[in-house]
Design a protein around this ligand. Structure first.
Ligand SMILES: *Cc1c(COP(=O)(O)O)cnc(C)c1O
Length: 821
């Protein structure tokens, strides 16, 4: 993976402006925040709708990066020490370079596309085939226009099989990915539901996806997905489908599900096989059939394959972040271990601003042919991220002891996971962010259990990837100059302030908004340096506000004058403040009639700088109130104009909340305030938005029992059985935020693919559910209270309230777990 810069220049047909012609490039980067090896990294200044990579070049030069691919818009004259390759389109250059790199290798490349299951199938193929092959695969779900070239760049002569996934979101994207991946084996996974995002129809989406396989000699897929597109295949291509019909290469004769396993009888190219798999859900069954067909094609004997299938693990590719003992944060990424995923995990560790010390617990690296090099490379990566404590587990690390001692302030080495556990002392871990990265055989789950705080098993899972997606959706609505404030009040709508704010800081939003000064102080203590507006201030909070550099909302004359006096006493000048106008909400703010007096107070006021003037819409989501919304905006305009004339400088103006961002593009001014939408909740009239579910509240079944007809369930005997019933007691009650209004059949929960009603009244810590109609249920099973399968809006409607109240009343004793996909 080394190219000299002149060679890259030729491949990308760039105009080269080289300061140092002998530079060797090993790493490609498109994200200025994720660069570990400055000296050998080539940075591509990508231009997207919202972000222009060229803007980061000055900062990157300072950090020691000196190789850039830029477009003609960029003026490189100030940067005399760096190498520049100038191209027409920087994304195209990245893709061209990756495509060239791909052509250097003659081994098989499996290309996977589809709507569901891509990542799982990729990971299972990896598990099934890695005893026979040295495989390079896309890290996590790197499958986009940028992710695919970065994945393919990892191919090396050491490998003899590659597995890449390709995902698209609109027409025209697949051709580029096909050129980069150039798959020799194609797999179409489940094409999914007919809701088709950026596509005119499901058929168009399918046809676009299949462009990945235009030049692929052999293609696998489900009969149901493949047959509607048979016209797209050439006769020279071998199409291997599976399904129930006799014409398939793989005929599925029977699928028999037992309690925990499934037996599949199939006939493949005329031979009968029986496969026993350790899963019972339809998606897993489908994914295994895909994997079985491809593994068989690649020459794995049926009996060997069965042994490996028995050991398959469900794939949880996600990084998990949990709060742990002694104010530590644990990032558990012990599912797999390869260099690329280590790099992703280290970036995620670096994002954790709430602790200053970073610890990595790392296992031996799974066997590679150039063992020593791999270890040296990992050591370099760790050094580049300022790791304070390194804990190695495994024999191979022992050989690097002296090098490690020089490289890390604190080093501990253990021969095995058990050795670590037997010497574990909880008090050795304090106020640190700990990354666990280990091969599966090392069983790091046991370490996670030691470090995690033991709490009752109700969890609120917050999907950080979905938050990033939703943020992007909202940003795509904004005109180019418009800034974004994100409201993280009320514990970030229940999701956890510091974690969410850290993510928002990473994604470079412009402002954060909190309700009270305490919330802002917490964020500062957690390392958040974005500007923070505090909405509800009182005199008691002034010193905290200035001490922690928070920006108050001034909404009345008493508060204005008190703050002014405070600034004067403290000798502070030009302190940033925000002026709140009441244009019809009648909650907080100056009214139109107050403007002259406000003008008087602000004129020549050297103590304050008006950072922004804003107002809040009372009913932006409601089409019936659009006239009122317009009225509020008109009043806002008028007051802003008057204030601007007095101040003689311009300030940020903002009035839109989540619903207005989508519904009233003309009300963006120069900032918007995003709230509930970030957390994946659409307001009623904006459902054209493709938001992703962020929060999942789940718990587990503590006990199951059979109850005969005519018995009663729970306090005051409110629940009655009208048939022989199976009753599950789940570990959540009103003290967790599961409202008593959900009792007696009003609310339902989601178990094993089905909704089951609450029976009887909700108790403080527990609730009884009628699961008589739910198949295959067991104690310990997970129950979704709300999430993907049961939207929080539905819970809100059962409780006759709004999602805001449901989210913000989930109690603090419910553990928050953060995942990144
Ligand atoms: C909470 C809040 C918002 C965000 O509202 P959403 O409806 O959640 O988007 C915006 N502005 C102010 C002043 C708020 O208090």
């Amino acid at each position: 993976m080394q190219y000299d810069i002149q060679h890259i220049s030729e491949i990308t047909k760039a105009t080269a402006l080289l300061h140092n012609k002998n530079t060797v490039i090993e790493h490609l980067a498109t994200d200025s925040r994720r660069i570990a090896f400055p000296a050998t990294t080539l940075f591509f200044a990508l231009v997207t709708e919202r972000r222009d990579g060229h803007a980061y070049i000055a900062e990157l030069c300072e950090r020691g990066i000196s190789n850039f691919i830029v477009d003609h818009s960029f003026d490189n004259t100030p940067f005399t020490e760096a190498n520049f390759l100038v191209v027409k389109n920087t994304l195209l250059a990245l893709q061209t370079l990756a495509a060239y790199h791909r052509q250097q290798f003659a081994y098989q490349v499996i290309g996977i596309t589809g709507s569901n299951g891509k990542t799982i199938v990729k990971e299972w193929l990896y598990q099934l085939l890695s005893p026979d092959y040295t495989i390079i695969r896309s890290p996590r779900s790197y499958n986009s226009q940028i992710g695919v070239p970065l994945s393919v760049w990892q191919m090396s002569a050491e490998n003899n099989l590659a597995i890449f996934e390709a995902g698209i979101s609109k027409p025209g994207e697949m051709e580029a990915l096909a050129n980069i991946i150039q798959p020799t084996i194609g797999l179409l996974t489940n094409i999914g539901e007919p809701h088709s995002d950026g596509f005119a129809s499901p058929q168009q989406k399918l046809e676009e996806k299949l462009l990945l396989f235009t030049n692929t000699p052999i293609i696998f897929g489900r009969e149901t997905d493949m047959h509607s597109c048979s016209h797209q295949f050439k006769t020279s291509q071998q199409i291997i489908t599976w399904g129930n019909a006799a014409g398939n290469a793989c005929v599925i004769q029977a699928i028999e599900k037992a309690q925990l396993t499934t037996i599949i009888n199939l006939v493949y190219h005329g031979h009968h096989h029986q496969i026993n798999i350790p899963f019972t859900d339809d998606a897993s069954i489908e994914n295994i059939i895909h994997c079985w067909c491809i593994s068989t094609q690649l020459g794995v004997a049926a009996s060997t394959l069965q042994t490996r299938i028995n050991q398959l693990q469900p794939v949880d590719m996600r990084l998990q972040l949990v709060h742990a003992i002694n104010n530590c944060t644990v990032i558990n990424d012990s599912y797999s271990f390869d260099i690329t995923s280590l790099s992703v995990a280290l970036d995620f560790l670096a994002q954790q601003q709430q602790q200053t010390n970073r610890t990595v617990i790392i296992s031996d690296i799974p066997a590679t042919s150039s063992e020593r090099d791999a270890y040296l490379q990992v050591i370099e990566m760790l050094k580049a991220r300022n790791i304070h404590t390194l804990i190695t587990i495994g024999e191979h690390w022992m050989a690097f002891e002296s090098l490690l001692q020089q490289s890390f302030p604190l080093l501990q080495q253990y021969i095995s996971t058990d050795a670590f556990i037997s010497q574990f002392n909880a008090s050795h871990f304090k106020n640190e962010a700990i990354l666990l990265k280990g091969g599966r055989v090392f069983g790091f789950e046991k370490i996670v259990l030691l470090l995690e705080k033991k709490v009752h098993q109700t969890l609120m899972e917050i999907n950080l990837t979905a938050i990033a997606h939703n943020l992007k959706e909202y940003r795509s609505q904004l005109a180019r100059h418009v800034k974004m404030m994100v409201m993280v009040k009320a514990f970030a709508y229940g999701s956890g302030s510091a974690e969410i704010a850290g993510l928002l800081q990473f994604h470079k939003v412009d402002y954060l908004g909190v309700a009270y000064a305490d919330e802002g102080v917490e964020l500062r203590k957690a390392g958040i340096h974005l500007p923070i507006m505090v909405m509800n201030v009182d005199e008691a909070a002034f010193s905290a506000i200035t001490e922690y550099n928070l920006e108050p909302e001034l909404f009345s004359f008493p508060i204005f004058n008190a703050f002014l006096q405070f600034l004067q006493q403290q000798g502070v000048t030009k302190y940033p403040v925000h002026i709140k106008l009441d244009t019809g909400m009648h909650r907080l703010g100056f009214e139109a009639a107050d403007i002259p007096q406000l003008q008087h107070l602000l004129a020549h006021n050297q103590y304050m700088i008006v950072q922004s003037v804003f107002s809040h819409l009372a009913a932006s989501e409601d089409p019936n109130e659009d006239a009122f919304t317009q009225f509020q905006a008109a009043q806002f305009d008028e007051s802003c104009k008057a204030l601007e004339a007095t101040l003689g400088y311009s300030f940020i103006q903002h009035i839109s909340n989540s619903a207005a961002i989508f519904r009233n593009h003309q009300l963006q001014y120069n900032m918007v305030r995003l709230g509930i939408g970030l957390y994946g909740v659409e307001s009623a009239n904006t459902n054209q938005v493709a938001l992703q579910t962020v929060t999942t509240l789940k718990t587990t079944i503590a006990q199951l029992r059979q109850v005969p007809t005519g018995e009663t369930i729970g306090y005051n005997r409110r629940g009655k059985t009208t048939r022989p019933s199976t009753i599950a007691t789940i570990r959540i009650g009103y003290a967790d935020g599961f409202s008593r209004r959900l009792g007696n059949g009003v609310g339902k929960v989601y178990i094993n693919g089905q909704l089951a009603p609450v029976i009887g009244s909700v108790c403080m810590d527990m609730t009884m559910i009628d699961v008589t109609d739910v198949p295959q249920i067991q104690e310990g099973d997970t129950v979704e209270i709300f999430g993907k399968h049961l939207p929080v809006q539905q819970i809100a409607s059962w409780c006759q309230t709004i999602p805001y109240e449901i989210l913000t009343t989930i109690s603090q004793r419910v553990k928050r777990v953060y995942v990144e996909e």
